[in-house]
Design a protein around this ligand. Structure first.
Ligand code: ATP
Ligand code: MG
Ligand code: MG
Length: 348
């Protein structure tokens, strides 16, 4: 079959590669880390820096289509992909890589983020705290994930001792939410959009812990409005592939948190819990194929991340037939590192 190129070599690329293989495609991974866990499961692997234009061009020439599993792929070097289609379009990366751009973009489409202000120095921060109030969260505009590059500011005094990093930042008001959920959609080359059930997401220490479907009744009323926004985002970007938006559910309706132009951790339940997984529909979309139905296939599913040194009794987990274990093949369990996940299904 044809070869699909994936930029990025983490667990998302690995699970994309499994879905691609099932549909008869070969996968070529491009990633800067030599010990990529996605490289183990693909036909070809190019280990090179993102900025290596020669390596990028050679990689792309081998592929019928190129996609990405990593939202912080630098956009400039992607010019070297040349004539090979790159989907989703890199304008989605540009929009989502900078929290300030992302919030302005979504606001222009009628979405409502937390109140925010750009912060480039201590004076900006003082102004933002005065205007927006505390508590709030100071975040790096770029490169953050799993809660990295964030400082919770409970009162103005918390800002006194802060040694601000010399990168663009953003201050956000703290949202008092009743829950968090994500909207994950796939959009095909023909513009067809399909939504998965919105999972309720619970974070612990800034890292996703569990995602549960079906959507609990208390959050369900907010999903339609959130989907409307996600649809507008996808259409404005002429998006092809899987797109994720994270929301806070509040008394005043859904508040946009952030978007990811890719498959998402809160959609891993769809591998066993939906008629078509987010990974399969991403591959179908970028290959110009019809999308599969994302419909919930079970009564309920809960995905739990295995973080750091958690839960190493695999036989105990597997001895319960409701559990589906995924291990990513990462060598070292660093604190906070996503090592795998378990999806627990409740059948009808
Ligand atoms: P991800 O791994 O999802 O990309 P991230 O590092 O980009 O994470 P965010 O999604 O910005 O981080 O924040 C992580 C979590 O911190 C959120 O899911 C939420 O629980 C909490 N959080 C972030 N911003 C706010 C806010 N403005 N108000 C309340 N809670 C927040
Ligand atoms: Mg994020
Ligand atoms: Mg997030």
């Amino acid at each position: 079959g044809e070869t699909i190129g994936i930029l990025g070599g983490g667990q998302l690329g690995r699970m994309m590669a499994f879905a691609a293989a099932r549909l008869g495609y070969r996968v070529h991974i491009f990633a800067p880390e030599p010990d990529s866990i996605a490289a183990e499961v693909c036909a070809r692997f190019t280990c090179a820096d993102w900025g290596d234009a020669q390596a990028m061009a050679t990689f792309a020439a081998d592929c019928a289509v190129v996609t990405y599993e990593f939202e912080n792929v630098p956009v400039g070097p992607l010019a070297a992909v040349g004539d090979t289609p790159l989907l989703p379009h890199p304008r989605a990366l540009e929009t989502a890589q900078d929290r300030l751009n992302e919030k302005n973009f979504v606001t222009a489409l009628g979405g409502r983020p937390a109140p925010f202000m750009a912060v480039d120095n201590a004076e900006d921060l003082a102004r933002a705290m005065a205007e927006i109030g505390t508590p709030g969260i100071l975040k790096t505009r770029r490169d953050g994930y799993d809660g990295k590059g964030q400082w919770r500011i409970m009162s103005p005094q918390d800002a006194d001792g802060l040694d601000l990093p010399d990168v663009p930042l953003i201050y956000e008001g703290f949202i008092r939410f009743s829950g968090e959920f994500s909207v994950i959609l796939a959009r095909g080359t023909d513009g067809d959009i399909q939504f998965w059930e919105s999972a309720e997401n619970i974070h612990v220490a800034g890292i996703l812990d569990t995602s549960t479907v079906p959507t609990p009744p208390a959050l369900l009323a907010q999903v339609e409005q959130a989907r409307d926004l996600a649809r507008k985002v996808a259409e404005a970007l002429d998006y092809v592939g899987v797109l994720t938006l994270e929301f806070f559910a509040t008394e005043d309706g859904p508040v946009f948190n952030e978007m990811a132009p890719r498959v998402h951790n809160s959609g891993h339940w769809s591998i066993e819990g939906a008629l078509t997984s987010q990974f399969e529909n991403h591959i179908r979309a970028i290959c110009g194929l019809p999308l599969g139905l994302p419909t919930l296939a079970v009564k309920a599913a809960q995905m739990k991340n295995l973080i750091g040194d958690d839960a190493h009794d695999w036989p105990a987990i597997l001895s319960d037939p409701a559990n589906h274990l995924h291990l990513y093949g990462k060598a070292a369990a660093r604190p906070g590192r996503k090592m795998g996940h378990v999806t627990r299904l409740t059948l009808g």
